[in-house]
Ligand binder design. Structure first.
Ligand code: C2E
Ligand code: MG
Ligand code: MG
Ligand code: MG
Length: 283
């Protein structure tokens, strides 16, 4: 499986070849115990409807608090986990924790918000993924419509058929699917034609450059138009300024996510962050 990870594999390769091979193996070894030792946690980032200026969802993002190194970034350890197949155990923990949190938020009556979880290709292809998720939803009494799965395009080129049938099975249970980091990787438009996806997330590199670079602006405009034509919900990632938000609103993008609204925050802060954010956006 590791052989077919495409761009993910080259990141791993670069990491492994970088300054310190030993470093890589130490991280890989420690990562093995991260779940058992309770070192993982989740943070949640709001997604904001640009027209109503309301929070319409949350994305769960994993954090690893290493006992001596402090907090490790998922962009550093997820590729290592993917390379060694530890990713499946980590992401099963993420799925359980995110759904438990979703249930907690719903029971407080405050946030009937869907939660999105990021999965890697190994998770998508792992046996019983759909059963695992439906059992969790059952256990925590959360409707499938409150769950969204984000996948990136860069990792599934070689297993397009399998990916297609898993995403379809997820959709059949009521779980929705999103294509993350759109515009990076290989960006084959045929994925959009062949995969059952309800949401398109424009990569933050477009959001970052669209007001500086005329080509990036035209491309972002074209991606939004294409997504709308395909009846997908369009989310812009990495919104950091009011100008970016206004541009996205003017060009028909539905939802924004980024530091301008809120960074990812721990579960206990979610309610307060949503309240304050909605007040700030309505002022
Ligand atoms: P992603 O799913 O595209 O998540 C967006 C990343 O951008 C997050 O980084 C988030 O903290 C960051 N971000 C949000 N708003 C802004 C902004 O305005 N500016 C900038 N510069 N960055 C912003 P994070 O949390 O470090 O996660 C990195 C990637 O790791 C994620 O990218 C996702 O692909 C992966 N990942 C995170 N959690 C999980 C997980 O539980 N399982 C798996 N398999 N992958 C995960
Ligand atoms: Mg994501
Ligand atoms: Mg992304
Ligand atoms: Mg990403």
């Amino acid at each position: 499986q590791a052989k077919s990870l495409g761009r993910c594999r080259s990141i791993v390769f670069e990491l492994a070849m970088a300054a310190d091979q030993r470093e890589y193996y130490l991280l890989e070894r420690d990562l093995d115990e991260a779940v058992e030792r309770n070192q993982l946690s989740l943070v949640f980032q709001p997604k904001v409807d640009l027209i109503s200026r309301k929070v319409v969802g949350l994305e769960a993002l994993v954090r690893w608090n290493h006992p001596t190194r402090g907090q490790n970034s998922p962009s550093a350890f997820i590729p290592i986990a993917e390379h060694s197949d530890q990713i499946i155990r980590i992401d099963r923990w993420v799925m359980r924790s995110a759904i438990a949190e979703l249930a907690r938020l719903r029971s407080q009556g405050l946030a009937r918000l869907p939660i999105a979880i990021n999965l890697s290709i190994a998770d998508i292809l792992s046996p019983n993924l759909v059963a695992y998720l439906t059992e969790l939803l059952d256990e925590y009494k959360v409707p499938a419509s409150a769950l969204e799965i984000e996948v990136t395009e860069s990792c599934f080129m070689r297993q397009l058929d399998e990916t297609q049938s898993v995403l379809r099975a997820l959709n059949e249970t009521g779980i929705s699917t999103a294509l993350d980091d759109f515009g990076t990787g290989f960006s084959s438009l045929s994925y959009l034609r062949q995969l059952p996806l309800q949401c398109l997330k424009i990569d933050q590199s477009f959001t970052r450059s669209m007001l500086q670079d005329a080509n990036a602006e035209k491309l972002t405009q074209a991606i939004v138009a294409m997504g709308i034509a395909l009846r997908m919900t369009i989310v812009a990632e990495g919104v950091e300024t009011r100008e970016q938000m206004n541009w996205l609103l003017a060009h028909g993008c539905h939802i924004g996510q980024g530091y301008y609204f809120s960074p990812p925050v721990p579960a206990q802060d979610v309610q307060q962050v949503i309240e304050r954010l909605e007040i700030r956006l309505s002022a």
